[in-house]
Design a protein around this ligand. Structure first.
Ligand code: FE2
Ligand code: FE2
Length: 328
């Protein structure tokens, strides 16, 4: 029978050298929850001029405490956000050296555990130019703000090839029934606002090729996308017919900011992290945690259903382990 475990999803901490108290509170909750997976969807720092190292040391300390508590180190995976690479998340040239130095290759790579029946695909959505695009497309991409995202086609092809290889591997059957999660920083679906916030319209914030991205994931049976970026913890679903005519549903769970200093956005949405539960019967649920004002983090009443119980629920014949693919 499958073991139960939890995934801790945090995002948009925007470390700026001063907000360590807020970040420490989020990490205290992480240690308390003692998850098996910690997934971080970008904007670790507020800008590439800030070294992430002091905060990364705190994260590693929290992971070590979870290991002490549970006897196994949590799997930690992280992707970059626009603030990790661009000045104010919006301007200038991409500066990615500090991010890549702070996080190890296996923390930024495709992960598959046959034991936990989970696969996690990380994507870098902070590309500026599509190398395969024509002159006009690249010209427009060059002059736009950098806060809206792009996943280049080569990365999508590498992802599909990787998934194809996994399906044909010795653990192919386990891979097929595993929970498949994609990590991306940017929004993929419109946000449920009742008003249009200044400088935050959809075209400014969303992934440029969101349709292509979602459809590629759907064709490879991904069920859950975790993202950050807008500091708005939205949950929604999309359903599409795949090329064979089967209807496929994908859930999209956003995380708000898990520790950015207070601003007008945080005042409205609160600080946030998500906890995803993988149950013994194969079902997957999520709960969002919120912190308003000077209070602590509290779980929302609503339990989000990502996946219902699976049929069969066979005993696993593989030990938990990792399978690492190409670095993005
Ligand atoms: Fe952010
Ligand atoms: Fe962002």
């Amino acid at each position: 029978m499958r073991e139960e475990y939890t995934i801790f999803h945090l995002s948009d901490t925007h470390y700026n050298g001063e907000n360590l108290d807020l970040l420490a509170l989020t990490l205290e909750n992480l240690v308390e929850i003692a998850p098996r997976y910690v997934l971080f969807t970008g904007d670790v720092v507020d800008g590439p001029k800030y070294s992430p190292r002091p905060f990364v040391r705190m994260i590693r300390g929290a992971l070590a405490r979870v290991e002490k508590k549970t006897g196994r180190p949590p799997v930690f995976l992280v992707i970059p956000g626009n603030h990790d690479f661009f000045w104010k998340g919006t301007y200038g040239f991409r500066k990615d050296r500090r991010f890549y130095q702070a996080f190890r290759e296996e923390e930024r790579s495709f992960f598959f555990s046959p034991g936990d029946e989970i696969a996690v695909a990380p994507f870098d959505s902070n590309r500026v130019l599509e190398p395969r695009g024509g002159f006009r497309r690249r010209l427009l991409q060059r002059v736009r703000y950098k806060s809206h995202g792009l996943v280049i086609e080569k990365d999508l092809d590498d992802f599909s090839r990787h998934v194809h290889d996994l399906k044909k591997s010795k653990d192919g059957m386990i891979y097929r029934r595993s929970l498949k999660i994609a990590l991306i920083h940017h929004h993929l679906l419109p946000t449920s606002y009742n008003y249009l916030p200044a400088l935050a319209d959809e075209s400014y914030m969303m992934l440029e090729n969101a349709g292509v991205f979602i459809y590629r994931l759907i064709q490879d049976d991904f069920e859950l996308i975790l993202h950050g970026h807008r500091h708005y913890p939205q949950f929604c679903r999309a359903a599409y017919y795949d090329p064979t005519g089967d209807e496929k549903v994908i859930s999209v769970l956003g995380c708000g900011s898990s520790g950015k200093p207070y601003d007008q956005w945080i005042a409205g949405s609160g600080h946030n992290f998500n906890v995803i539960h993988i149950h013994r019967d194969g079902s997957v649920t999520a709960r969002q945690y919120f912190k308003f004002g000077t209070g602590g983090f509290l779980p929302a009443e609503r339990v989000i259903t990502i996946r219902g119980p699976s049929k069969g629920n066979k005993t696993l014949e593989h030990e938990p382990g990792g399978w690492f693919g190409p670095q993005f």
